[in-house]
Each structure stands twice: as structure tokens, then as C-alpha cells.
Design a protein around this ligand. Sequence first.
Ligand SMILES: [Zn+2]
Length: 542
Amino acid sequence: MNKFFFFGISLILFSACYKGRSVDMIIHNAKIHTMDENNHEYEAIAITDGKIVEVGPDRQIQNKYAADEMIDAGGRDMYPGFTDAHGHLLGLAQQKLNADLVGSKSMNEIIVRLEKYASRTGKKFIVGSGWDQSLWSETALPDNQELNKVFPTIPVALFRVDGHAVLVNDCLLKQLKITPETKVDGGIIHLKDGKCSGLLVDNAMNVVFENLPKYPDAEMKQAILEIQEELFQYGITGVHEAGINFKDIAFFKKMVASKELKMNLYAMLYPTPENIQFAKKNGIFEYRNMTIRSFKVMGDGALGSRGACLKKPYSDEPGHFGVLTTPFEEMQKIADICEVTGYQMNVHAIGDSTNKLVIDLMERIYEVRKDHRWRIEHAQVLDPTDILRLGNCGAFPSVQPTHATTDQRWAKDRLGENRMRGAYAYQSLLNQTGIMCIGTDFPVESINPFLTIHAAVNRKNKENFPGAGFQKKEAISFMDCIKGMTLWSAFAAFQEDDLGTLEKGKDATFAIFENKVKADEVFQENFAFMTFIKGKKVYSAE
Ligand SMILES: [Zn+2]
């Protein structure tokens, strides 16, 4: 009897000691979508020092490793952390601090919201953002008549939802010395009855940007931390910040140093003289979870405000082609700087004319560097003949599928039937490049990645419109959409050695989701159950 007793005890002790190599954490009973080459699916993952030690079947991992922290995922889906490959943290933070005009249905509603904001904050310079005249019963671009009546003596600047147009009152026009005679390259100063209407498009907005009141750093920081929390709630662990100024580098660096900014931040620089200096001095810049090695170049404006540069005139504005916000020679100069510094060049290109010019540029760099990974941000309207050129220039598109389902209401008005064939043509683009990174362009669209999946795969908006899908033949597959938010966005940031798939040696950066991640015909909300960055839990629904 004693003999058996000791035998039993020693067996327990033996198995406890033997219970394999010790790791920091094991997550088991998960449905792990590794997104590796063969898209293996496993149940368990062992993690140490923020890295993946092994992914495999439940029994194999639990036999081989021992961990203090064991997490039962309850059979839930687990994916590499999603990346938003084109967003604007600073823009969304500002929007949160501005008067919120998103979804307003008329100029009257805007005025009401502004009056409330003015009395709540006591601001002496009112900045609002998010209006979209295509939601109004009168869909023509607005003028400032009503604003002047209500705000005759304090400056007001109201940004359109796409960030490519601003409506300012006469008080601000006067302060900025903007008159009907003012000329701006790559911008439009709208006139009405020979006088400024208050609407400024693209480069005409620059003087407004330069004179906006700045929110204190502490308020901006707080807003960004709130956004970070929202991103983690959706399983998003990284953002490609599409354009920052020189002073923003220090701002983000501080947030990274204090470990408050936990997400993976891939920040693109606007090609300002100070930023160019930064690139030349620092080369590829990496500081913990922050990377700078690219320039964001604004090729043209947006389609909604008719700033996108087209080969032929707009269908709903005869003789108007839109504007190239950066002249081609200037783009070439930035390309030269990129070539010298090893920086990536990411060009915002919406119109077919701009996209053609950008492909010209990409063909040039391709001759000297095959793996340049330069990106076309948006790649929204392309001449089908230019789509065919995309496969031979080493560049790839960075797209936001929710733009398609938002713009569907008026895109055909701007472009006409014929040009729609090359618009939001994600599958056609993908056929050429075999890779595309995917994002939302927040705050232009919602940060919700499940709306992105719905738009990409079903080509429908949140209200499931249109029933049959918008230009459905340009839908991409569910797997390609997920790749665009994981593996391909890691590649698009030169980070595929650490991110994008769940494989041995890579960062333990992933999300476990409440509900199955899928693309139902009818939109279903989903959220992260837990989100991890480098093995640390940054969000838990519990
Ligand atoms: Zn953007």
C-alpha cells in the first residue's frame, strides 16, 4: 500500500517537474488563425519575453511547456493583431476636441451644434469637423452666409469629413487676408457672386491650417489614449499614421517613452524641409514601438470636394479637372530624397491622372530598386490601362474599402458610368500586385475593422446597402481582406519579420475575438475579447 502511495506521489512530482520548458504564458483552447503561408490553424500558443515560442495543437503545447499564466480562450477566434494601414491619430484626436459635425443633416443643424459647443467651451476661435453636404437635402457645396449671421466677430473654420475642404466665415477670411484675387497653386477658393463664398479646397486650406489654434499637448494626449483604447477594443494593435509634421515626432516620441502609447506606430512624414532634414540625419528611425522611414506625399485632393485630379473633366462640373496638390517635378524631387535616404514613398492618389503620374514615378524607382515597397495611398480611380501597369513597377495599393461604400452615393455623378470601371477596383488592383495593405483613413471613416471587412467582401455599408453589393465584382475575398490588415500591412511597413503572422519567433501581438470573425451578408458587430502586444495584455473585455 505504501509502495503504491509513494509511487503515486513521485509520479505527480515527476510530472510537475518534468512538465516541460517554462514559458511566460500559454493560451489554449483557441482557434488560432496563424495567417502563415499555408494558413495553418492551431489551438495553443506558448509565449515568452513577448515572442511566440511555438504554436501548435493543444496537447502538444501543454505537454511541452509549463506557464504560470494559462488562458483558456474558450474556443474563440484568434488572429495576428490588426493594423490600420492608413489612419490619422492626430486628425481623430483633433476631431474629438473640435465641434463634432459628423452626420449633421443641414447647415441649420451645424449652427445649432456650433452654438452649443461655443457656450460649453467658451472658445474664441471655433473649429468644427465632419460635415458632409452629400447628406443634406441641398447637396451643393455650402457657403458661409448663415455662419456670418451667427458668428460675425469670432473666427470659425469647419472641415469637411474628408479633410479636403474647409468652410470659413468672413471674419476668418478677413484675418487671413483671403480675397477673390488670392491665387493658390493646387487649391480652389470658391466664389459666389464675385465674392469669396468661404469654401476653400485643398492647398487653399493651408493658410487656415497654419493659423488654427493649437490644442494643448495634454488634451491631445488624452484624446489619443482614448482612441488607442477604442482600437484595442477592435483588436487593432498598429496604425500607419498617414502624415505627420516635425513637431509631432517629438510628441509621439514622448508618448512612446512614457509607455503610454503601446500600439505599433508606423508614422509617415510630410515632406516638409524640417522632416526632410530629419530623414537625412536619422535615416531609418526606430524607437521602441515607433518607426519612421517613409514620406507621405499629397498627390491630389478628394473626389467628394472635386479636388481629385482627373484625366478628363468631372462629369458633374464641365471643364473642371481637379488639382494636383504636389506638382510632378516636386514629386520627383521627393522620390530622389527617398532613393538617397532609403525612405518609402507613399503617395495619396485619388484621381486617374494622379495615379498615372505616380505609376510613372514607381516605374522609375523600380529600375534601380526592385523591393522598394512604395505605396499608392487610396488608388481610388485608375484608368484600366494604368491598372495593367501596376504589376510591373513594384508598387502596391493601400486601400480603404469603406471609402467605396461611403462614396457609392455620388461617385458616379463625379466620374460618369465609364470611369466607374476603374474606381474602387480592389480586386482588379490585387490581380496585378498580389498584395495590398488595408485601412480606414479614420477619421474620414470609422475605425471599426469589421466595417472594413463588410465593405471589402460584401461591398456594403453598415446599413447593408446596396443589397447586391456596390460593384460587387471588385469585392476581394475574406482571406485577402484579413491579409491586408495583417501580413500585407506588416510587409508594407517592412515589419514582416516581427508582425503579420503568428509564427515562432515573431511578436506575440494578437487579438482574440468575442464572436467568430467572418463576413456575413448582414453586418454583425464584433469586438476583441482580449488584445495582446508583445505578450502583454493591453485590453480585456472581462
Ligand atoms: Zn488619409
